[in-house]
Design a protein around this ligand. Sequence first.
Ligand code: ADP
Ligand code: MG
Length: 262
Amino acid sequence: MSALLRVDNVGKTFVRSGKPSVEALRAINISVNEGEFASIVGASGSGKSTLLRIIDGLLEPSGGAVFVDNTRVVRPGRDRAMVFQQDSLLPWKTVIENVAYGLTLAKTPWTEASKIAERFIAMTGLTGFEGHYPHQLSGGMRQRVNVARALAVDPRILLLDEPFAALDAQTREIMQTELLSIWEKSSKTVLLITHQIDEAVFLSDRVIILSARPGTVREEISIKLPRPRNLEIKRTAKFVGFVDKIWKLIEAEVRLGLKDSQ
Ligand code: ADP
Ligand code: MG
């Protein structure tokens, strides 16, 4: 199978005048296949967000390149959509206007854009809230709007940067199961970044572990758990075994990072 997304030897060093430069990423090689759900985990500061921004085309790598379907990424495009940890909704627009935003930017007529938006509003469990403004919604609902907005432009690859990190534990678990069912229904290719190891294991076909700064791919682990998955799988020995294995790798990196900063 050929990869839909290919990160080819990507490095990134931030150069700032008057300050020491920061090597955030070094020689990253990652492939994600069409329809695959892959996650990247790594300690804080290991370059996860930097890597996702490079993949989205928001940031230029210092070395190497990103390819989607063998075409080099040089800017954001409709084949990729990103969901950020922070709420990035437009506060003066309603739920449906936010979900349809990417479509209206692309000059899709409102009758069509709103119809498409309605579909993803339903898929993310927001029916009835179309006319609400972001400040009238809970954190979990706002993140649903962000996911719906990303899906509405029908990207080939969904890029998620710690999308549930700001939510409480229960809401996070609900969002995880909903993301799984959306992924099953939409057959999108997903690349998720998280520092929650159990979230990565629960959702993914494959978990990519980054080392501490500069981020390099330390290991990739195939998550051979049956699908469809529900929350009960988190209590199985096999699941716990995957979490344990990944945690041990991350734990070493977190300690290394602490030692470096002393
Ligand atoms: P993560 O998402 O894994 O926590 P980031 O990608 O946000 O990590 O950051 C990786 C490293 O790069 C950090 O040390 C961070 O301080 C540094 N960094 C990120 N963005 C910039 C920037 N614009 N200028 C300088 N350093 C940056
Ligand atoms: Mg980050």
